[in-house]
Design a protein around this ligand. Structure first.
Ligand code: KIV
Length: 290
């Protein structure tokens, strides 16, 4: 582990006011979280994208609250000092303000996360306000919101014309006024993101929305070649862990097949006298009393 002090909301707000970009990454299990912790990433999102990256679904809608809770618990154990955000899954907040508060409360109580995130603009502002008033830090998510991908017409850039961009600018303000501690903009044009950032009193985070935000988010699996279906344009690949693992697996298969694995250091022995005794017992049919 690291000796970093726990990242808190004041830490993030100080970075924002000092003009230091906030680092943010998705993460879905203990092993990944352990690495993210060592790299001292500021904020970690257990995204419902785990439905695609970890569970192999086509999208995020089948992900349940139980899925999110289990993965977030593992990430918290691997990354105790990051500012950890649990992503509210489909229909855990849309039905009503009360549903939203109960789901957010369960997330916090059962996982030890620091905050939750939900998708949607002004139409979700009352859920946002309810959660914030319950004392739970909550992040907004605008632009491409994967839980509404069907009504958005697919995974595409949002706010490319003035009218739609104005709606995103207004939504960001509405979420801030409702009590969001931060807003994530996914696949929004860079200069629209800039206008929102200039007008915001809370950290604005970009995922594929350009350099002008207070911080950047990337999806772990896109960064390391671990998602087999596609690589989005907004992702930068920092290493091909998928290739490293695949090469290792191919070598493993070849070594087991060729009897080069295991080697003596990979197994456990029994002393000769104990083995002789065992064989005698087996030959004589002796019964071992419990
Ligand atoms: O689920 C997720 O990882 C997300 C990001 C795409 C922002 O919500």
């Amino acid at each position: 582990m690291t000796n970093r002090k726990k990242v808190t909301l004041p830490t993030l707000l100080k970075k924002m006011s000092d003009g230091i970009p906030i680092t943010f990454i998705t993460c879905y299990d203990y092993a990944m979280a352990h690495l993210v912790e060592q790299a001292q990433v500021d904020m970690v999102l257990v995204g419902d994208s785990l439905g695609m990256t970890m569970l192999g679904y086509e999208g995020t809608l089948p992900v349940t609250m139980d899925d999110m809770i289990r993965h977030t618990q593992g990430v918290r154990r691997g990354s105790p000092t990051s500012w950890l955000i649990g992503d509210m899954p489909y229909m855990s907040y849309q039905p009503s303000v009360e549903t939203a508060i109960r789901s957010a409360g369960r997330f916090m109580a059962e996982t030890g996360c620091d905050a939750v995130k939900l998708e949607g603009g002004v139409e979700m502002a009352d859920r946002m306000a309810g959660i914030a008033k319950a004392g739970i830090p909550v992040m907004g998510h605008l632009g491409l919101t994967p839980q509404s991908v069907s009504s958005l017409g697919g995974f595409r850039v949002q706010g490319k014309d003035a009218l739609r961009a104005k709606k995103i600018v207004d939504d960001a303000k509405a979420l801030e006024e409702a009590g969001a501690f931060s807003v994530l903009l996914e696949m929004v044009p860079d200069r629209v993101c800039e206008l929102i950032t200039e007008r915001a009193g809370i950290p604005i985070i970009s995922l594929g929305s350009g350099p002008y935000a207070h911080g950047q988010l990337l999806i772990f699996h896109d960064m390391f070649g671990l998602y087999p279906r596609f690589k989005p344009k907004m992702a930068k690949v920092y290493g091909n862990a998928g290739e490293v693992i695949l090469n290792g697996l191919r070598q493993y298969v070849a070594e087991v097949t060729g009897r080069q694995f295991p080697l003596p250091e990979n197994w456990f022995g029994i002393p000769d006298d104990q083995l002789d005794e065992l064989k005698r017992m087996l030959e004589s049919g002796a019964q071992v009393s419990q």
